[in-house]
Structure formats: C-alpha cells, structure tokens
Design a protein around this ligand. Sequence first.
Ligand SMILES: Nc1ncnc2c1ncn2[C@@H]1O[C@H](COP(=O)(O)OP(=O)(O)OP(=O)(O)O)[C@@H](O)[C@H]1O
Ligand SMILES: [Mg+2]
Length: 511
Amino acid sequence: MAETEDFAARIAAAYTSSGPALELGRGMLGGTTHPGATVRLPAAMANRHGLIAGATGTGKTKTLQLLAEQLSAIGVPVFAADMKGDLAGLSAPGEENDKVKSRVTELGVEWTPTGYPVEFLALGGLGPGVPVRATMASFGPQLLAKVLGCNETQASSLTLVFAYAEQKELALLDLADLRATLQYLVSDEGKAELKTIGGLSTQTAGVLLRKLVELEAQGGEAFFGEPELEVADLMRTTPDGKGIISCLELAAVADKPKLFSTFLMWLLAELFEALPEVGDLDKPKLVFFFDEAHLLFADASKEFLDQVAQTVRLIRSKGVGVFFVTQLPDDVPGEILAQLGNRVQHALRAFTPRDAKALKAAVTTYPKTSDYDLEEDLTQLGTGEAMITILSERGAPTPVVWTKLCPPTSLMAAIPTDSVTNAAKASQLWARYAEEIDRESARELLEAKVAAATAPPAAPPADKAEPKESGKRSKPGKSDSAVVDYLKSREGRSMMNTVVKGVFGMLKKKR
Ligand SMILES: Nc1ncnc2c1ncn2[C@@H]1O[C@H](COP(=O)(O)OP(=O)(O)OP(=O)(O)O)[C@@H](O)[C@H]1O
Ligand SMILES: [Mg+2]
C-alpha cells in the first residue's frame, strides 16, 4: 500500500488550482479522511467535460448540486436537467442538521447555508416552470427520427420531407406542420409532388404519419413550436455576478424519455451552433449537466452517436463543459467517455454479471493507483463519496482519490411545486415564453393550397403545374433501400445539403 504520510500533501498538490476552483471534498485513505487532502476542480478545466456515475442513491444528484452551486457562485451559468425535482433545492438555503454538521466537521470545511439564483424551465409547459419549446425545423430530421424510433429508411425519408419543406418554403414549426406536410404528400393533391422527392414511398410516408400521430397522442406536440428557447437565455448572470442556474424540470415528463433526452441533445447542438469559438478560458461560459444520459444513447444509431461525440468534442472550445450523469459508466459509449476528462465515480454495485462487467470496465479507465484496490473499493464507497480523477491545470489526469464530497450549501431536497411555479411566473422569461404563438406555417399554407386545388374552377391547371420528375431514381413505392440509394445519389446529396447544415441537420433559423 501507498505511503500514508505524504497522502494529504500529494493530493493537495495534484488538485491545486491557480485560478478559481470548485471544492469537491477531501481525500480518504484506509478509511480515514484527511482534511489536508483538498480535492478541487480548477474552473478552467470544467470545459474538459465530465462523468458523474454511480448506483442509485449514492450521491450523483448531490454532486451535481455541489458543482452547480459553486459554478454559480463564481459567475458561471449552469444548465441542468432536473429529473426528480430534487435539484430545485438549489434555490433555497440548506438545512443545518446533524449529518451535515458531522460531515462538515470531518472534512474541516466552511459551510454556510445559501440559496442560488435558479430559473425553472419546463418542456412545453408540462410541469412547473417557464414553458420552453423548439421548432420542428430546428429540431431537425435526425433528432426527430430518434424520438420516433425510426429505422434507417424512415429516418432518411424524414430528411427528405424536411428538405422538401425547406425548398417549398413551408415553415415546419410544430408537429401539426410536419403532419400536414406528410398528409399532403400522400393525398391526391400532393401525389405528384411526392414523386419529385426521390425514393420516398407512400408506404414510408404513411408509417411516419402514424408515428407522428402516436407522438401527438402522448402529448408530444407541446414541445414543438414557437417561441423557441433562445440559448442566450441560458447564459445569464445576476446583477451581483452569480451564474443563473437553469433547471429543466423533467419529473412531469419522466415517462417520455426519448423526447426529453433528445430535447437535451437539441439544446446542446443549439448551443454549439450559436456560440463563437473562445478557446480555453479561466472558467467556462456555461456548464451543461446531462442527467439520465443512458437514455440518449440507448438504441442510438452509429450516425447519431457520431454526431453526439462530435458535438461534445467541439463544444469545449466554445467554452461549454458537459457533464453526463448516469448509473453505469459504460452507459456512455467509449468514444464519448474518452472525452470526459473529469470523473466522479460514486459507488458501483456488483450484484449482477452486467454490474460486474461495468465495474471491471470502469477500473480500466482510471489511472493506475497504489493507494487503492479500485475493483474492491468502488463497491465500498459510502454515500456522498466517490473515486475521483480530473484533468489537472496542466491537462494531465490527476491521481485517483477516494473523496468524501462536501455537502451542498443549498437545500438537499425538492421544494414545493407551488414555489417552483411562482418562481417561474415571476421570472422575466415568463412573459416571453409562456404563450405559444402560432404563425402561418406549413399547415396553413398546405390547407390553403389544397382548398385552392379542390375549388372547382381553378383545379385542373393547378394540378398540371407540378409534374416535375427528378430523374430515374424517383420511383415512389420502391423497395425500402430506394430512399437510402437516393440520398447517396448526386441529386440526393444536393437535396440533403439544403437540410443538413449543422450537427444533427439542424436548419438555420429564419427570422
Ligand atoms: N455530498 C453529500 N453531502 C451530504 N449528503 C449527501 C451527499 N451526497 C449524497 N448525500 C446523501 O445521500 C442521499 C442520496 O443522494 P442523491 O440523491 O444525490 O443520490 P443519487 O445518486 O442521485 O440517487 P438516484 O440515482 O436515486 O437519483 C442524499 O439525499 C443525501 O442524504
Ligand atoms: Mg439523483
């Protein structure tokens, strides 16, 4: 075993910071807490991303809370998905009870109960919080395909429909717009136009339509539309220089995991598109906590994962740090895991073969240590303790340290729903986002078109005006791979270019 004498000094030196830093806790060795073994994360390294993992009830959310409040205190805005409502406690001062007192004494840290500036957001107004939405067009076909659980052909077909709408200047703002566009393409009036979209079959259009109706039946339309959430609203500070913590309250939509996890990805991609390059800063511009991250990666296509990996890799130089929160570290695909420089691994269980495999895999991702037997100790960590390794100021992984984490200074519990609702209503964002607006978009335009086409006198010329065939590949009703072939063709690629502009093929805003 390692030299105990210099443990505290070694750890404190490895976790030092010349600029602002987040206090994580104090190192433990052989069951003893060393108040001198300060474990901190330099704020400058928070954009090197992170992972907070651990079995249920081991302290992941409290770690997130601890990081969020300290980021806020040094003026860094935070975005966090609040899965269970317990993060809302960030807005209220913590309660000084015996457990907290003894932890604080053991660690030898200062502890002053403090509430932080929190903005509560709710997806489409489901649950307490300022309603936030994304337009269908900016959400884009790839993310929507993920929500709808599309196969490759269906996803490609969706891309074509988005491209068609873009070309015809049919604004896709909400679910109704997309549904109207698909309905139009399979209708008598729209069939000729369907032929102009190479490879899209009536059958696939029908399947997509059914999937959209299902999503609508689950309340999905609430998330899509205007006004769209502007990322600048997530990057605010208070007049006294604290970073505002935006908590997206997700408890009310916990039964729609595909939708909210994809929405979080949309938000990340939006940030990526909107923010300028800034390189490395002494503290990030925003830190984004992606809770229940395994939901994003479950059944994701290779292409989807590549896009996530790319976004995560590149967003760092835009000053955004992303922390994924999940139970098992191998919930996060290797390519993304490799980019998460800061690891806070709470206790893992080794009950099932799946757990044991995850445990072994986790051990291999840690730097070698003679202080601990990682495979054993990862199962022995107490609540609110974690095995930590981060990137030091020099960009090298720090030695692994069994850390007892500081208690958050804000409330470690949910606050009453009424308080969340009242806070949201009092927010300056409420006036801008509360009311959904419904401007003229694809649905109205297509309804008008169909009405004009079916009106007795004008009908025949209007129908004949659209017989454009776009080459031999455009054969609707063909085999499933027709659309994939089409997208690989020259025409297909040029059509794709009109729609796939940024990550996830997000359309540029037309304002
Ligand atoms: N840093 C800490 N300081 C003090 N107490 C803590 C700390 N971390 C965790 N705890 C205690 O452990 C409990 C569970 O922590 P937490 O809610 O963060 O677990 P979790 O891993 O998020 O669980 P779940 O997976 O169920 O969401 C807390 O209610 C608190 O009592
Ligand atoms: Mg939790």
